[in-house]
Design a protein around this ligand. Structure first.
Ligand code: PMT
Length: 225
């Protein structure tokens, strides 16, 4: 039955903004609070799933959820890969930095006398969602997000294909009332060969329940005849 398809299944979720260290006291990050990922963890646990939440931020951990704390993209990828073999569902809600500093300085970087600017060299990070999407097993469901400030639908459709995801949850992060760090979100769900579904502005837990319901339907279509 679709209603209890997540019972005792493992669901791996990423949450929060990655922190890419420059030196022992500085890092590059973004405005993600982790609220969306934690809400998804709660919604999946409500459905009886064993949830592994791989997060860069600490918030109250919902009942039935195991928290794995990480900091940067590479440690997030390592944790995801270690839990993935047993997982039925992977959801990438984390705001992952596309780039990280080329060098991690051992000591605090000092301002030189007379220095008026600083060029920071960055290198490409691994794409966690694409790595998982491309290696997924036939019965695993992979859900990604698209955080956009323009061309939301176009970019979400592109990510659906390029990341090997079964569903992309698109949010317009230029809207102050939704997206990064707010308690509410408004999303559009993109699934291959289906028309997009709009989920109107609501508390992130309400949005998360809708995403989990849709994820359960996708899992059912792969697992059940
Ligand atoms: O944490 P909150 O404050 O509650 O805010 C929620 C949110 C806005 C962060 C969330 O709803 C959201 O949109 N998360 C995805 C943010 C993001 O990184 O989007 P993106 O469009 O840049 O990336 C697309 C997808 O690829 C995402 O699922 C992302 O997790 C993943 N990705 C991106 C780059 C990378 N190197 N590895 C990845 O896995």
């Amino acid at each position: 039955r679709v209603d209890n398809i997540l019972k005792d299944k493992q669901v791996v979720i990423t949450a929060g903004g990655t922190q890419e260290a420059l030196d022992p006291v500085r890092y590059l990050t973004n405005r993600s609070s982790g609220k969306m990922g934690y809400a998804l963890a709660e919604a999946a646990a409500e459905r009886g799933a064993q949830v592994i939440l791989i997060a860069t931020v600490k918030r109250p951990v919902p009942y039935g959820v195991k928290l794995i704390k990480v900091s940067d993209t590479q440690s997030m990828l390592g944790a995801v890969e270690s839990y993935l073999p047993g997982a039925s569902v992977f959801i990438a809600a984390a705001a992952v930095s596309d780039f990280r500093p080329v060098q991690l300085a051992k000591n605090k970087i000092k301002k030189m006398p007379g220095q008026t600017s600083w060029q920071l060299a960055l290198t490409l990070n691994p794409d966690i969602l694409a790595t998982v999407g491309q290696a997924k097993k036939p019965q695993q469901v992979v859900v990604g997000f698209a955080a956009e400030t323009q061309n939301l639908a176009d970019n979400a459709q592109k990510k659906l294909a390029s990341k090997g995801a079964d569903m992309i949850v698109a949010n317009d992060v230029s809207d102050q009332a939704a997206g990064f760090n707010s308690n509410d979100n408004a999303v559009i769900l993109f699934i291959k060969n289906q028309s997009p579904q709009t989920v109107a502005l609501a508390d992130k837990l309400v949005i998360a329940r809708k995403i989990i319901d849709q994820t359960m339907a996708l899992l059912a279509s792969k697992v059940l005849e």
